[in-house]
Design a protein around this ligand. Sequence first.
Ligand SMILES: [Fe+2]
Ligand SMILES: [Fe+2]
Length: 481
Amino acid sequence: MNIMNVDYSTKIPNNVNLSEDRQVLKALEGWHPGYIDWWNDMGPDGFQQSLVYLRTAYSVDPRGWAKFDYVKMPDYRWGILLAPQEENRVIPFGEHYGEPAWQEVPGEYRAALRRLIVIQGDTEPASVEQQRHLGKTAPSLYDLRNLFQVNVEEGRHLWAMVYLLQKYFGRDGREEADELLRRRSGDTDSPRMLGAFNEATPDWLSFFMFTYFTDRDGKMQLHSLAQSGFDPLSRTCRFMLTEEAHHMFVGETGISRVVQRTCEAMRAVGISDPADVAKVRALGVVDLPTIQKKLNLHYTLSLDLFGSEVSTNAANSFNSGIKGRFHETQIQDDHRLQNDTYPVLKLVDGQIKRVDEPALTALNMRLRDDYTQDCVKGLLRWNKIISTAGYDFKLTLPNVAFHRQIGEFRDIHATPDGVLIDAATWNKRNHEWLPSTSDGDFIASLMTPVTEIGQFAPWISAPKVGIDNKPGDFEYVKIET
Ligand SMILES: [Fe+2]
Ligand SMILES: [Fe+2]
């Protein structure tokens, strides 16, 4: 069997030779009905009988891996796809630096590896749950299709993690796989594992912010796991990253199109002050200050996903060779970090200061810094749209001390500029920086669905190009009611 191509003859499409791995195939087939039940209960609300123009992976060759066709979502072929095995791959960091990568789970790291896989796995269905109501208010068929593409692929990412659990972790792996279908985003008794994945995604601006900022946390985590000494995990994550790029594209271009439309609407009536919220809202578009507030919220919730800045867990994961750094193999150092330091932002005597910490314990901070750098690119594009339209307004990333629930700054309050303030001031002013109920109500008032072919809601521009190079009047979803 050619590892590049995916075998569709088994119930579970795969490129891991499942037809000769009966035990794992059986375990996955046993898990399948529960997954479909979960999809029906917690997947997109409505549209399950509609034909959606989706891409499905038929290969893991980066030069051409997907084909597009109309599919009913419940018929999507969720499969197990791993990037090709690199010959003679060695562990690229930590105590085992230079040793051959593991094809089986090393006993001493079993619990730690399982934990990382379960945490990653838990985020995938969580986002589908968070986004399940959005189909009802999609601003176009194009956007509706993108939402569903993201949803089915997050479903596939769950399959990817479940495969690893079932193949490599025996009975407790199977139990964890069942638990992944049991937890629910936002549930009081049995929530998803990470904070940002229990927040609501109430509207399409939140969806774009989520796919830009929170999927990008996913990208950073997957990159770190793609370096793992445990080769099946590395290969799994490498292929997931191929799909993940589209999710962040949806976020980046989604926000671009909202900003674009707002600027056009302001110009058309000669509004000179983009901060004149009432005037801009009267045009039926989202004002830039509210976009900034949404950005503040989603960026900070995503920062929390990186965990504490200083963490012995992170150091242990690195030392043991199970989770590396972003672009580990391209970094010029000894890849062991025993004697290195890294500057960490900390609260010292009531001030935010950079303090050198052992590089090993500062790995979360380092990954978060890489993340922030990656986030900046989108802001540059959005600000370009604003300045080209002739407006003096800049979207910015808030200071890392602002609105944090995890790490160094969780017990203090700060403005987006990083000025420390007391609780009373925070309570009085936080609605200036984070979406208030009335901001949410305003955005909700714009969320009326548009389902005519080639049409877009008045608060968002049409995309520059279609998916799979389709023309503007392409019917991305054939809605069946
Ligand atoms: Fe994912
Ligand atoms: Fe994603």
